[in-house]
Design a protein around this ligand. Structure first.
Ligand code: DGI
Ligand code: FE
Ligand code: FE
Ligand code: FE
Length: 190
């Protein structure tokens, strides 16, 4: 793995102060979740540091990167360009941060929508993104925070449910992948 401190310095430059604070929150929360689940916490820390590496890139620039490197844009991403930060982030992690670990790249790629059959690391980044100490205003946060350290799958399902509920209430377009992930884990948990 590339030097963690170097990644931290680069992220501090690439992000605004608030987003960098969130990034550190996700990195430390993800490593804690990794520790309590007996998986590689250094990998979780790096994935946490990089998960939003494309968040402060303008929509125009994200589109430009996708066009230039033949990254496919789905219909829903085209309408909600913010969603693209996951795909572009995963690309940047590979190309600019020399991350070759597929699990880390997938954790970044699927951190916004999730996907059916997520790895432990993918779940941990998805959950840490939602519960990190600086995150506010999400419904059921105290409950989900507690749940996260008891059962990753239960926490994942609750976050997916609340995210779909939130998107429904504000009239946000639901990415088919978010719905598919919810349906998968809803059936899986029964
Ligand atoms: O980048 P962050 O803000 O840290 O977190 P994130 O990458 O999980 O993005 C969260 C935002 O993404 C939140 O406002 C909800 C939105 N989102 C998640 N799933 C979907 C979605 N937005 C749309 N339009 N459709 C989705 O399925
Ligand atoms: Fe994000
Ligand atoms: Fe998220
Ligand atoms: Fe995030």
């Amino acid at each position: 793995l590339t030097d963690t401190r170097k990644i931290m310095k680069k992220m501090e430059k690439a992000l605004d102060a608030k987003r960098y604070e969130h990034t550190l929150g996700v990195a430390y929360t993800a490593s804690s979740l990794a520790m309590s689940n007996g998986i590689n916490f250094e990998k979780a820390f790096v994935a946490g540091l990089l998960h939003d590496c494309a968040k402060c890139i303008s929509n125009e620039k994200k589109l430009e990167i996708c066009n230039k490197h033949n990254i496919e844009i789905s219909e829903i991403e085209r309408k909600n360009l913010c969603l693209l930060h996951a795909k572009v982030g995963s690309y940047i992690a590979a190309k600019q941060f020399c991350i070759s670990d597929r699990d880390i790249l997938n954790a970044i790629l699927f951190h916004t929508t999730g996907r059916p059959g997520m790895s432990q690391l993918e779940k941990i980044i998805y959950i840490a993104d939602y519960i990190e100490p600086g995150r506010k205003h999400a419904p059921n946060l105290p409950k989900v925070r507690k749940l996260a350290f008891q059962d990753l799958d239960e926490a994942l399902l609750k976050i997916l449910e609340d995210t779909l509920g939130y998107l429904g209430s504000v009239g946000g377009t639901i990415d088919p992948m978010t719905k598919r992930t919810y349906d998968y884990y809803e059936a899986y948990m029964r």
